[in-house]
Write a protein that binds this ligand. Structure first.
Ligand SMILES: [Fe+2]
Length: 422
């Protein structure tokens, strides 16, 4: 079986279609309507238009289908109560499995099709939002035979049947603000990204109280994902002024509020700021791109089953060092972190030092060895690690190309936590 991202035509076109130079000619900056803060699911009329008025304006009927999982069910119940109070009919499908396996997404689509909603509400973490996006495509386009083969550059024609509102219960994935979803193909044990500008949710509704019960380890992992999205967006080939503004704001916010959210999950301000930072970083990388932190992180996650956020966040300092000779983008990061240097090397060294300091404070491992990765297994799987990393769709957005030899070298350097000096 093939995947769309293995098609050489699409692979060649995608960086051209998104590269800064081409986008400069005619660009679209895509975001959902964002509704955030305390009391976003109010059941009583307030001052001015509230969440329900915005939903009513776009929803294609008063039938809402809520997608969630076991963990998100308690929050989905609140959303359901809110919708019922405002006269919607609802059905709640709480069967999303971790990592959104393709078969599970097909079940979600079948239930959605049987119900026929005009509004889809995804209430949960990345897997839930991604499963809802996949289910939505299949509900709208039953003629598409293979979800894993649709071309991200071709029109899909969604929103004939329903619109999508995303309600994240973690602060990291940014899926509520991107046109991408990552599904899991169990038959190949591989993560399959799908993407289309049309997959951008119509609404991102951010309720900080939904993220309060995340344990510190999940708060940390998802927060590192925010930093990886933002630093990739700012350094990748498709970076531009608008995505930079948001990516840099997200970096600044995560440096300030992630330690607080990890230390005290009941810190309401830190929770809201991290939820916002996740969405802002999501808009940034959703419009620019993720790059090597995610190529390495996806490969590490696939083979060693390490949490996505920790896996991608770990690679940030190493990637900044690897990019250093090919881009001035590290200067923007050094500046926002308050440590501008006089040249590329100083900017990179200073930005990396700031990340290392933050990681130390948060007990993020400084090497794969410290993370508990077995050297023997890594050596045995090196061919696969290099292949997955280089084939990952995010690699095409790297400001610096990467040969097989360089890729293997980076794996070996990161195993020992050694600075990338080539
Ligand atoms: Fe990510």
């Amino acid at each position: 079986m093939g995947y769309w991202f293995e098609d050489p035509g699409i692979k060649g076109l995608l960086p051209l279609a998104t590269a800064a130079g081409i986008r400069g000619l005619s660009s679209v900056f895509n975001t959902p309507m964002m509704i955030y803060g305390a009391n976003v699911f109010s059941e009583a009329p307030g001052l001015g238009p509230g969440t329900i008025d915005h939903l009513n304006n776009k929803s294609l009927s008063k039938k809402a289908f809520i997608v969630t999982d076991e963990f998100g069910k308690r929050f989905a119940d609140k959303v359901e109560k809110f919708l019922l109070a405002w006269g919607y009919e609802t059905e709640c499908w709480a069967k999303v499995e971790p990592e959104a396996p393709v078969e599970n997404v097909k079940e979600c689509a079948a239930a959605m099709t049987a119900y026929g909603p005009g509004l889809i509400m995804a209430v949960g973490g990345g897997s839930v939002m991604d499963a809802a996006k996949g289910g939505w495509v299949m509900y709208e386009r039953p003629d598409l035979e293979d979800l894993m083969m649709f071309n991200p550059l071709a029109p899909l024609g969604l929103r004939k049947k329903a619109v999508l509102a995303a309600v994240p219960t973690t602060a990291g994935t940014g899926s509520e603000c991107t046109g991408a979803a990552v599904l899991h193909d169990h038959s190949a044990d591989r993560k399959i990204p799908i993407a289309s500008a049309e997959l951008m949710p119509d609404f991102a509704i951010l309720a900080p109280e939904f993220t309060m019960s995340m344990p510190p380890s999940l708060t940390l992992g998802t927060g590192l994902d925010v930093l990886a999205h933002a630093s990739d967006a700012v350094t990748c080939i498709a970076a531009g002024e608008m995505t930079d503004a948001m990516g840099l704001a997200a970096i600044e916010m995560a440096f300030k509020y992630l330690p607080r959210a990890v230390a005290n999950g009941r810190d309401r301000e830190a929770r809201l700021r991290m939820l916002l930072a996740a969405s802002i970083a999501g808009i940034s990388f959703g419009n620019a791109g993720a790059s090597l932190t995610h190529s390495f992180g996806h490969s590490l996650g696939s083979i060693f089953h390490i949490h996505h956020g920790l896996a991608v966040g770990f690679f940030i300092p190493f990637c900044l060092q690897y990019y250093s000779k090919y881009t001035d983008a590290n200067e923007k990061i050094a500046r926002i972190l308050g440590v501008p240097g006089k040249n590329r090397k100083e900017n990179t060294d200073n930005a990396v030092a700031k990340f290392r300091l933050l990681f130390k404070e948060l007990n993020v491992p400084s090497s794969l060895k410290e993370m508990g990765v077995s050297e023997e297994k890594m050596k045995g799987d090196m061919e696969r690690l290099v292949l997955y990393t280089r084939e990952d769709i995010d690699s095409i957005f790297s400001p610096r190309p990467m040969t097989e030899e360089q890729c293997e070298k980076i794996w070996n350097y990161t195993y020992h936590g050694k600075d990338i000096d080539f």
